[in-house]
Design a protein around this ligand. Sequence first.
Ligand SMILES: Nc1ncnc2c1ncn2[C@@H]1O[C@H](COP(=O)(O)OP(=O)(O)O)[C@@H](O)[C@H]1O
Ligand SMILES: [Mg+2]
Length: 234
Amino acid sequence: MSYLIGERMTGGYGGADILKGCTISVDRGEIAVVVGPNGAGKSTAMKAMLGLLKPREGKVLLEGEDITRLSPQQRVQRGMAFVPQTNNVFVTLTVEENLEMGAYLRRDDISGTMERVFELFPVLKDRRRQAAGELSGGQRQQVAVGRALMTLPSVLMLDEPTAGVSPIVMDELFERILEVKRTGIAVLVVEQNARQALSIADHGFVLVTGENRFTDTGEALLANAEVRRSFLGG
Ligand SMILES: Nc1ncnc2c1ncn2[C@@H]1O[C@H](COP(=O)(O)OP(=O)(O)O)[C@@H](O)[C@H]1O
Ligand SMILES: [Mg+2]
């Protein structure tokens, strides 16, 4: 059984169901990627797993335990961390303050974790006294990921971490995400850049209108002619 599972989730925002029995899972030390057209329900599925939205049916399991009824805060305390798609840094705070905010629930010494974040994202160390709002888009995304890592999560969930960054910055972010996975964290990523994301994915989920259309290893999905034609631009 996978470390984190959103199992047969059905529901939405009160109107028609957005998720229709979709299942997403990820294990520690692996990257799972969720791709699919705009409006497919990728962000909604992530919100359901985080407890930001209550699915009508289905359940969420963490380490085999049913956490469907836990609040988002309780899930964070259980080790789940989330980097939303937008507004994911405090622009008026410095880089260092943003990282400290990430650790606000911790009562222990956070300096070691901050050092490790700086090792992962050296540019943040150089800019640690600068306001996050002054950084480039790619650097801000690093702050957002770094802030999530400050909670020492077992699961890191990223909603379109490469939105709006250049191809070079995207490659670099994916490299860093690979490093995060190697530390044993379960990494779940929603991505528009499907081809590149699947190339770093252990497992991929192609969602269409709230349903699982294809589920396989990243490699197999990249090699699948139908997936290529319909979702990867040939
Ligand atoms: N807060 C919300 N309230 C109502 N409908 C929403 C909300 N957020 C998203 N939706 C709708 O849910 C559907 C799926 O959206 P979303 O999960 O954001 O898709 P994706 O992330 O795959 O692009 C869309 O039709 C969208 O309009
Ligand atoms: Mg989305």
